[in-house]
Design a protein around this ligand. Structure first.
Ligand SMILES: Cc1cc2nc3c(=O)[nH]c(=O)nc-3n(C[C@H](O)[C@H](O)[C@H](O)COP(=O)(O)OP(=O)(O)OC[C@H]3O[C@@H](n4cnc5c(N)ncnc54)[C@H](O)[C@@H]3O)c2cc1C
Length: 196
């Protein structure tokens, strides 16, 4: 039976899926992972755990003992968006997690962005982040950063979404995060229209 009454965070990380839902938000939050074998422990940044598809930094005999999540500093903005075919209870096509710290002058002091479903592992958008750091948190800066997604991700086509859909939807999530954190436009609303 594939469906079990478990669903732990440790299992969601340890199975190393590129579409596990907890790794991207935890990576964006700067989580660290403690691996343990017997009395031997080591702690690594969570993002370093995911090496390649099906390959994690877990040595023989080690298990995931703990996940350490820093408490976000006051005033930081954090959001996670999951894109699926069905509205509820569906496996991710793409998922984006955003963690933003603004400086007093309104520029981006720090931003961490991580995605699932966009690469062979959960992965940070380093090129996108780099474009934003130090820039004012404005639609113009965000639009410039959206052009960088192609440098971070080469998504695949599968039964959940095409590569083109993933590429477009992923960068639109950054725009959504901008809109939701600034209130510069009316919130996006997606309606479902039945075929006539
Ligand atoms: C129908 C269905 C729908 C699903 N939908 C989603 C979804 O929407 N989003 C999502 O993220 N996932 C989804 N999953 C995947 C799966 O349920 C999750 O990854 C779940 O979180 C696994 O956690 P678990 O604790 O049950 O792990 P298990 O299934 O018990 O373990 C997963 C793997 O990790 C290993 N493992 C578990 N814990 C540890 C540990 N502490 N240290 C080292 N290795 C460990 C196990 O040996 C195994 O190889 C779905 C699965 C099914 C069958």
């Amino acid at each position: 039976d594939q469906v079990r009454n478990m669903g732990t965070i440790g299992g969601n990380i340890a199975n190393g899926s590129p579409i596990g839902d907890t790794p991207p938000p935890l990576i964006a939050l700067g989580a660290r992972l403690t691996l343990r074998r017997g009395k031997k422990r080591r702690t690594i940044p969570l993002e370093d755990y995911f090496i390649a598809y099906g390959k994690q930094d877990r040595r023989p005999g080690e298990f995931v003992e703990a996940v350490h999540v820093p408490v976000p500093a006051k005033g930081t903005k954090f959001a996670v968006y999951k894109i699926t075919k069905r509205r509820d209870e569906d496996i991710t096509a793409a998922l984006g997690a955003f963690y933003l710290t603004l400086a007093k002058d309104g520029s981006v002091a720090d931003i961490r962005i991580a995605y699932g479903g966009m690469a062979a592992t959960p992965k940070r958008a380093f090129a996108v982040e780099k474009t934003l750091i130090g820039k004012p948190w404005t639609e113009a800066s965000v639009e410039a950063a959206m052009a960088e997604y192609a440098n971070d991700f080469t998504p695949l086509t599968d039964m959940r979404a095409s590569a083109e859909y993933r590429a477009l939807a992923a960068k639109n999530l950054l725009l959504r995060f901008f809109v939701e954190t600034t209130g510069t436009r009316a919130p996006f609303q997606v309606s479902r229209y039945e075929a006539a």
